[in-house]
Ligand binder design. Structure first.
Ligand SMILES: NC(=O)c1ccc[n+]([C@@H]2O[C@H](COP(=O)([O-])OP(=O)(O)OC[C@H]3O[C@@H](n4cnc5c(N)ncnc54)[C@H](O)[C@@H]3O)[C@@H](O)[C@H]2O)c1
Length: 252
């Protein structure tokens, strides 16, 4: 029997990468899963994978930067499975790279809209439904770049630092009401987002390995396992943390 048998989980950015892996692991642990993403084909692919393994999942097209989409996502979970217990707010985009004074304003706006406001809209919609169930667990995907800075990454760094701040506020606001809110801070994990960056600059692969004291980059599933664990009863006393899952990236 899984650790989340009978629970309902929503995962944003679940069409690929860390989110797809998280959706599959929530299902392995017994949860019914709402797969949310702007990528319909990828999202339906995740549902197919879960159903092929005997799990229950449904897709809803959701742009997390649009509050009405996020409200519809949570309503879909309640209508389909009767409530909401767990959420992994994970959708993300590759932000532009430029020195701060040359940073493109449209790239700043889009990055903040998806990766910071998106997490805010998600928690705002999810928390009332979790309160109705007497509690729940939320994990937000921040980044190692939520804990330290990376040059030329103003928008990504600011948005991920912001996700950690939002996570802590929500933990303080709702921890005593049974909702545990935490964040994960991945180092580099092999996902389509990273594969595309490496294709653009093949020297990046070797460089990224040097940034991780463990001597390699991670797999999406290694990050997703930690995210789902934070939503299980095994993490019942863990609240408001920003957990590095990064092969030591933030240690030096
Ligand atoms: N892979 C890494 O090395 C790494 C490291 C640190 C943090 N992260 C974070 O992990 C999360 C997942 O990243 P990934 O590497 O799996 O990326 P990915 O590109 O493989 O997957 C991201 C998913 O988010 C979806 N998405 C993008 N914009 C969206 C929107 N507005 N609404 C809903 N869905 C949207 C995409 O369609 C895609 O399915 C992101 O928040 C990313 O910033 C990744």
């Amino acid at each position: 029997m899984g650790t989340l048998e009978g629970k309902v989980a929503v995962v944003t950015g679940a069409a690929m990468g860390i989110g797809r892996s998280s959706a599959e692991i929530f299902s392995r642990e017994g949860a019914s899963v709402v797969v949310a993403d702007i990528d319909e084909a990828g999202g339906r692919g995740t549902v197919d994978l879960i159903e092929a393994s005997g799990g229950q999942a449904t897709f809803i097209r959701t742009d997390v930067s649009v509050p009405s989409d996020v409200a519809a996502m949570v309503a879909h979970a309640v209508d389909t499975y009767g409530g909401l217990d767990c959420a992994h707010n994970n959708a993300g985009i590759a932000a532009p790279l430029a020195p701060l004074a040359e940073y493109p304003d449209d790239g700043w706006d889009r990055t903040i809209a998806v990766m910071l406001s998106g997490v805010y809209y998600c928690m705002k919609a999810e928390i009332p439904r979790m309160l109705e169930r007497g509690g729940g667990a939320i994990v937000n995907t921040a980044s190692g770049v939520g804990l330290v800075a990376y040059p030329h990454q103003a928008a990504y760094t600011a948005s991920k630092h912001g996700v950690i701040g939002l996570t802590k506020v929500a933990a303080l606001d709702y921890g005593a009401q049974g909702i545990r809110v935490n964040a994960i801070c991945p180092g580099t994990a092999r996902t389509p987002m990273v594969d595309e960056a490496v294709q653009r600059d093949p020297t990046l692969d070797a460089y990224l390995k040097t940034l991780h004291p463990i001597g390699r980059i991670g797999e999406a599933s290694e990050v997703a396992e930690a995210a789902v664990w934070l939503c299980t009863p095994a993490a019942s006393f863990v609240l408001g943390v920003a957990l590095p899952v990064d092969g030591g990236y933030v240690v030096p």
